[in-house]
Design a protein around this ligand. Structure first.
Ligand code: CUA
Length: 651
């Protein structure tokens, strides 16, 4: 025993020595790790300090994490069907995924942005967009459910995305230049003939409702990242372009020919005014506008037509190009609105533009020629400063509100902290591996909460236990409250965590809905108590008006259904208690379960294929007698004439 004890103490000593020795990340194991663990530890029953809304990339969904713990709190379906929640499967939510191309069950969710008031996060909504079939969406942060999806016509892919500082507009730029309007033409004739529409969506300040306002028909470059001006630069927006070469093939070579591409500086207030005064022309377009009513758990999809388009050449003083080295990607505006950081992803330096110098250059009409009639500002005139030799492959920058900027470097796989005062590098920390975006809660607003930074890494490799050829992408949490950044935590993410937005939990949690009130249930087939439950036949359609409460369905025995019928189960959850959803599943239904929140109604379509007696059951473990929460449906032959009967406990 004594021997074992001394071996154990020796082992402990060795572990401590390893912990103290070595350099770089090695220091994080052993004794240091204990300290890091303390700082991300959220004790059982305690809550995180921040919400983090993470893009799910090619999963089409958005996920909610608690920070600093890295706990996954929820996956919110947006652009893809989600069988767990029945989103895009049940009758109420199917219209959310309708587009001008018909029903599309999948999307590629990219950037996320929380609504702002006076440039500060207000926690009302989180907006996002889709990179494949161009769509934008609003998620309501009282229900954590998607409330609206608007298709963006006359656009292809959708990558540059921004919310202005009073949530006046959502801006969505086409990622791929396209013929505008779309037409049958030779791809080789792209140059000068394709366009790059930048779309402005007006947001209702009360409801968050979205409405297509106008499109600025820019030259046929690809639009990459966008950010709004803030404070001094409010009313402007900035977006990077790549492929100003207008190459249509082998872009990895052909789109990297020019020494400089552009950041667009666009005065949207000026364009808004121009449109208000009758400017612009209507272009043919068709797009779906899908709105979800949380009180009825039902979405409507409306096809709309026509879009107001604006030619930037018609509005002098509204649009300019800022030249920037080599295929820029990120384009980030600091909390004061004075600095615009451009990251040329093939450049060796970081370029910082000055908004006030830009305004002066515009006033002086000091141009370096034009591109398709849009004035190009002189690089030297608008340059605020350069961060020299910061790393390789700069992508994105966020800010801590204390005069520091943090930029990710994809190729050298690191986060670099530098000063906005003197453009000097202060600190650098490796990321594992190949970091894309980073997020500081509020780091894209006037008021950042500069305590944590999350790096979102594209490649995971050896960071977790292997799970076959594919590893989940990885997020890493750094403490940035001190002079030096400290890596605290790795956690896996869902899909590609393309970008994220963080916010203090206090700005959201008190508004989070606990139940849907039964007396406010607007579903057209809702029933409010068991005495209203019934089954009705209309030709070959059968409508079942059903309720659920711990731990039974009413009715739970149904007869008189025939093969070939279309059976609609309209199921209302009568619970008025926080966190008591029930589920509903029916054998052979070609759709997902229903997952129904307290007080809500959802509808499932079931088309029985064979005669027999089939069970239905609750899928969500709701009580000690969850397993007893079940029922039967009898299916008789097609063409027979069975009596329609329903009951609960013989009644
Ligand atoms: Cu209701 Cu399980």
């Amino acid at each position: 025993m004594k021997k074992i004890n001394s071996i154990l103490s020796l082992l402990v000593l060795v572990v401590i020595m390893i912990g103290c020795g070595g350099d770089g990340d090695r220091k994080k194991s052993g004794a240091m790790a204990t300290n890091a663990a303390e700082r991300v530890y959220v004790a059982p029953g305690e809550h995180d300090e921040f919400y983090g809304f993470f893009s799910g990339g090619f999963s089409g969904q958005m996920s909610v994490y608690g920070l600093p713990s890295g706990r996954l709190l929820k996956v919110m379906p947006v652009f893809s069907q989600d069988a767990e929640k029945g989103y895009g499967y049940n009758e109420g939510t199917k219209p959310m995924l309708n587009t001008s191309y018909g029903f599309i069950p999948w999307g590629d969710l990219h950037h996320v942005d929380i609504s702002q008031t006076n440039g500060e996060l207000d926690g009302r909504w989180v907006f996002t967009h889709e990179n494949n079939t161009p769509r934008v969406a609003r998620i309501d942060l009282n229900t954590f459910e998607t409330g609206e999806i608007l298709e963006i016509p006359n656009s292809a892919g959708n990558h540059s995305f921004a919310i202005t500082e009073n949530t006046e507009y959502l801006i969505a730029g086409t990622r791929f230049a396209i013929p505008s309007p779309q037409r049958d033409m030779s791809i080789e004739d792209m140059k000068g003939n394709f366009k790059g529409p930048l779309t402005f969506v007006k947001i209702d300040q009360e409801t968050g409702g979205m409405e297509l306002a106008f499109q600025v028909i820019m030259p046929g470059f690809n639009f990459d990242l966008a950010h709004p001006g803030r404070s001094a630069s409010h009313g402007w927006m900035f977006a990077t372009t790549y492929n100003s070469e207008e190459a249509n093939t082998l872009l990895e070579v052909n789109a990297s020919q020019n020494d400089k591409d552009f950041i667009v500086a666009l005065n949207w207030k000026k364009i808004e005014e121009y449109v208000k005064n009758g400017g612009g022309t209507m272009m043919d377009a068709e797009y779906a506008h899908n709105v979800y009513n949380h009180n009825s758990s039902t979405a409507t999809s409306t096809m709309k037509k026509g879009v107001k388009t604006v030619d930037p050449k018609d509005i002098p003083g509204a649009v300019f190009f800022m030249p920037i080295p080599k295929s820029p990607h990120g384009c980030d505006v600091d909390p004061t609105g004075e600095y615009i950081v451009g990251s040329g992803k093939l450049a060796a330096e970081l370029t910082v533009f000055s908004f006030s110098k830009m305004i002066k250059a515009i006033e002086d009409k000091n141009y370096d020629g034009d591109a398709y009639g849009i004035p190009i500002l002189k690089y030297e005139d608008i340059l605020g400063g350069i961060v020299k030799q910061p790393g390789l492959g700069p992508l994105h920058t966020e800010f801590d509100g204390k005069g520091n900027a943090y930029t990710t470097f994809f190729i050298s796989s690191e986060v670099v902290k530098w000063s906005l005062k003197d453009y000097q590098v202060i600190d650098r920390k490796p990321t594992y591996y190949s970091v894309g975006h980073l997020m500081i809660p509020g780091g894209n607003s006037r008021k950042p909460f500069g305590k944590y930074l999350v790096a979102m890494n594209k490649i995971t490799k050896d960071r977790y236990l292997p799970t076959g050829p594919e590893m989940n992408h990885s997020a890493q949490l750094y403490d940035i409250s001190g002079d030096k950044m400290e890596l605290l935590l790795d956690f896996p993410t869902i899909g590609e965590p393309h970008y994220a937005a963080g916010i203090p939990a206090d700005l959201i949690k008190q508004n989070s809905k606990k139940i849907y009130r039964l007396d406010e249930n607007e579903h057209e087939h809702a029933v409010r108590n068991e005495s209203e439950t019934r089954v009705e036949r209309k030709g070959n359609e059968v409508h079942v008006y059903m309720t659920m409460i711990r731990s039974h369905f009413a009715p739970d025995n149904i007869e008189g259904i025939k093969v070939g019928d279309k059976v609609y189960f309209h199921v209302t959850n009568l619970e008025q208690d926080f966190d008591v959803p029930h589920g509903f599943a029916m054998i052979g239904a070609n759709t997902a379960e229903l997952l129904i929140m307290p007080g809500a109604t959802k509808t499932m379509l079931w088309e029985p294929k064979r005669i027999g007696v089939y069970p239905l059951y609750c899928t969500d473990f709701c009580s000690a007698l969850h397993q007893e929460m079940q029922g039967y449906v009898r299916v008789s032959p097609a063409g027979s004439n069975p009596e329609l009967k329903w009951s609960l406990d013989g009644d």
